[in-house]
Design a binder for this molecule. Structure first.
Ligand SMILES: [Zn+2]
Ligand SMILES: [Zn+2]
Length: 828
């Protein structure tokens, strides 16, 4: 018997597939249904592929290969998400250019992907750092700008005082710089913001249109955080005596207006603007201002999630609860963030855990206003519903129904609030897409004299005076190829040091202008890459409309749960803008989403360099072969589960593949027709594997194939039975099945182009039921048949039945009444 050498065989078919291109998506496929199977394209890091990539890419590859064999037009592309800090930092370290680093890493990733036999259509490869690609990223930015969805704002950035550079959020670990461990400061910088909040309601409601895991939908809903409530004005006590108009009022946002009679203090965010105006009358200003400064160094997340809530009483200013006229103290506390609602809240300690803890800590009064029933003894805080108490004329009303009347009576304004904030769309770094706008002082001056937006002006220019979009024909604005791209040590991009690039002409007034030097964040390129695959070489449009209509939406998208909010929310947002621009015809980009589970190290811990438990896919491919690695990762357990690595499992898979190989090495196959029993087994396996693949239950599909191959190993089977096994196995183990198909069985065409086996229901054993066989309404006997059998089958079974056939043979049948799974009544 010839032995199977995975290294030789895999190398051979990688080359053959590169030559033959069996995986190219068809350009025209009228009448043929399509499947767009998409992977989250990788960031090509220096470490190469990890086993988690292999897991999700194998899953999508099985689906792509399966759909092709089922006769679908399949699009299964791959590309590179290559802008961002890691490449820039690696290049700085190696004293080279990020472009070079990216090129090397991409080459390594591509070699690895090819080695695993993934059936990508490489003619559609995209790279987000390619000017032909980011030209369209910039084009989309201009659409956002023109619609008024991009605006300038001073917002905090992470600043490492030791590295003298701005850090991305992912470079800040536990409040410290990931590289030098210095405490990170928050500084304010001018940045571009994208108004994702304008799409909040659509991002919420359209979740109903897509087939995503519930937990991902929940994470998005929580991130958007829509809450209905009201703005309610709290007057400031003695405001007129203090003679300062800023002292008039504080407006809170609350979702619990029903509890306002229990509001015993107000809490303001440190950024609450009126605090500065009240400076003169705040008797402990020193303490208050120190607290405000300290809050500036904390991220919102730290502030909200920290267990111990801190705050400072604002002395000298008190508010009046508008519901009962009582004076209430005011605190400044950093767990209230400026952008949530108005940056001011009313605290109801009797009915809110956080307010309750805070009130206990600062000895504030706690007044219950909701009770399960009139004279119930309640333990506080009471978070449930009930009837109102201590609430004047509202006493006795159901709290859930009273909120509206209370808001009306206090002249509050019903308001919807979102937790989600607008998207900071700027990086003060080199390695990103240039933002395609220029600043012109002359245009700014002119605009500021106008009181109404001129018709010809876009909304973006009107709300960002002086900022002028680069005309479409001048795109892309390419990143200048410079030697010095290290951070400047200022809150600015190193591009400011390239005066020949910065200085430009204003497209509107032809005067002198300067280019925006902040680059786009690394999420930009991945927001729309799935569209470029459809038409990657189009020089006139982002995607031709016919191609977009042909392929969209993405039918299956596979990737990690870590992208549940950022990437998957940003991409949905851009897609909706492109929908409004009529660039795409679907409301949502990704119809079905599947999350693979994390693969842990053999020690059950997360794989990491420091633990030394990282498995390198290259090593496994070298030792056991790509087929073994693919199958092992799919056999470990359900795709979405978290699973530990276990090298013994690979050995089991290798033995299975050797068994399949050995069958093919037989001198001859049986020429006899297989027995009904063997056909039933084969067809049941076809059905099982087909259904499991459709439902992404690859582990159980593989075990069905293992059982079939073990049985076949001891039998004199026909070639056609063996070929069915190979076809079913081919999406999982493409190399060995191609080798047997073409080299051993001498077929000309790739097995990936064969038709997926279908099963005949006649061979599928189903649950049986007992049917009453009647003649003219009288039961003459019973018959056991497969559940769901149709009339003809049951009549045939009756005719085959030794006991029953005698009774009906002499009848002249007028009519047959059939109740599925219950009665066959022969009327004669
Ligand atoms: Zn640092
Ligand atoms: Zn100008």
């Amino acid at each position: 018997m010839k032995q199977y050498f995975h290294k030789k065989v895999e190398k051979k078919w990688i080359r053959a597939w590169e030559r033959e291109k069996p995986f190219c998506a068809p350009s025209a496929f009228s009448g043929k249904k399509k499947r767009y199977v998409l992977d989250m394209f990788p960031y090509p890091s220096a470490h190469g592929l990890h086993v988690g990539h292999v897991e999700s890419y194998t899953a999508s590859d099985i689906l792509a290969r399966y759909y092709r064999m089922c006769g679908f037009a399949v699009l299964h592309p791959m590309g590179w998400d290559a802008f961002g800090l890691p490449a820039e930092n690696a290049a700085i370290k190696a004293k080279t250019h990020p472009k070079k680093v990216v090129k090397e890493n991409v080459a390594n990733f591509k070699r690895q992907l090819l080695s695993l036999g993934f059936s990508y259509d490489w003619s559609r490869e995209v790279n987000t750092t390619d000017p032909h690609y980011y030209r369209w990223t910039q084009w989309i930015f201009l659409k956002l700008f023109n619609r008024g969805l991009a605006y300038q704002k001073e917002t905090p950035v992470n600043w490492c005082p030791s590295c003298k550079t701005v850090l991305a959020d992912e470079e800040v670990v536990g409040g410290a710089c990931d590289r030098c461990h210095t405490h990170v400061e928050r500084k304010s910088a001018r940045q571009w913001m994208l108004r994702i909040t304008a799409y909040a309601d659509r991002l919420l409601s359209d979740l109903d249109l897509i087939d995503w895991p519930q937990h991902i939908k929940t994470m998005q809903r929580n991130w958007i955080g829509r809450s209905e409530g009201a703005h309610i004005v709290f007057p400031i006590a003695d405001a007129s005596q203090k003679g300062n108009k800023h002292l008039d009022t504080a407006t809170v946002f609350t979702t619990r207006a029903d509890t306002i009679f229990g509001a015993t203090y107000l809490v303001l965010a440190p950024e609450y603007e009126a605090l500065q105006a009240w400076k003169r009358v705040i008797s402990n200003w020193k303490e208050v201002s120190a607290y405000i400064s300290a809050a500036k160094n904390k991220s919102d997340e730290d502030r909200i999630s920290s267990k111990e809530k801190t705050g400072v009483l604002v002395k000298g200013v008190e508010a009046i609860n508008p519901a009962n006229g009582k004076r209430v103290p005011i605190f400044v506390a950093d767990y209230v963030v400026a952008h949530y609602g108005t940056g001011a809240i009313m605290a109801v300690p009797a009915h809110d855990q956080r307010d309750f803890d805070f009130a206990k800590k600062y000895n504030l009064s706690i007044v219950p206003v909701v009770s399960p029933h009139a004279d119930a003894l309640i333990s506080l805080p009471y978070l449930g519903d009930g009837i109102l108490i201590n609430s004047a004329s509202f006493n006795g009303q159901k709290n859930s129904l009273a909120a509206r009347a209370i808001v009306e009576k206090l002249k509050g304004t019903p308001t919807v609030n979102y937790k989600m904030r607008d998207w900071v769309f700027a990086r003060q770094r080199y390695w990103g897409e240039p933002t395609p706008v220029v600043f012109c002082e002359a245009c700014e001056k002119r605009l500021k004299t106008l009181s109404k937006k001129p018709r010809a002006l876009s909304q973006g220019e009107w709300i960002n005076p002086g900022w002028v979009p680069v005309p479409q024909k001048d795109l892309p604005v390419t990143l200048p190829n410079v030697k010095q791209y290290e951070p400047t040590g200022a809150l600015e991009s190193p591009l400011v040091n390239v005066p020949s690039w910065v200085k430009t002409k204003c497209p509107r007034c032809k005067g002198t202008a300067r280019r925006e030097t902040n680059t786009m964040p690394q999420w930009a390129g991945s927001c729309w890459y799935y569209l470029r695959y459809l038409d990657p070489h189009n020089k006139k449009a982002l995607v031709a409309s016919a191609k977009e209509k042909q392929w969209m939406p993405v039918d299956v998208y596979i990737g990690g749960v870590e992208h549940a909010v950022l990437h998957l929310l940003y991409a949905r947002f851009w897609h909706k803008v492109l929908y409004d621009e009529k660039v795409v015809h679907t409301k949502e980009p990704f119809y079905r989403l599947i999350n693979q589970g994390i693969i842990l190290g053999a020690d059950g811990e997360k794989m990491s360099k420091s633990r030394g438990n990282i498995v390198n896919p290259d090593d496994i491919v070298e030792r056991y072969g790509a087929d073994a690695l693919r199958m092992y990762e799919m056999f470990m357990g359900p795709l979405e589960d978290v699973k530990p690595w276990d090298e013994k499992g690979i050995v089991g898979v290798v033995r299975f593949l050797e068994r399949v190989w050995a069958i093919g090495q037989r001198a001859s196959f049986s020429s006899k027709k297989p027995s009904r029993q063997r056909l039933m087994r084969l067809h049941q396996t076809i059905k099982k594997v087909t259904e499991d693949v459709e439902k992404v239950r690859f582990n159980t599909a593989i075990s069905a194939l293992m059982i079939l191959s073990r049985d076949m190993g001891g039998e004199d089977i026909s070639q056609s039975e063996y070929e069915t096994l190979l076809k079913l196995l081919s999406p999982f183990a493409p190399f060995i099945t191609e080798e047997i198909w073409r080299s051993v069985l001498s077929h000309k065409q790739s097995i990936s182009r064969e038709k997926w086996p279908s099963y005949a229901s006649a061979y599928i054993v189903k649950q049986t039921v007992v049917i009453a066989v009647q003649i003219n309404g009288k039961t003459k006997g019973t018959l056991e048949v497969s559940a769901g059998s149709d009339k003809d089958i049951v009549v045939a079974e009756v005719k085959n039945n030794a006991r029953l056939k005698g009774m009906i043979s002499s009848l002249s049948i007028k009519k047959i009444i059939f109740v599925p799974d219950r009665i066959l009544n022969i009327v004669a």
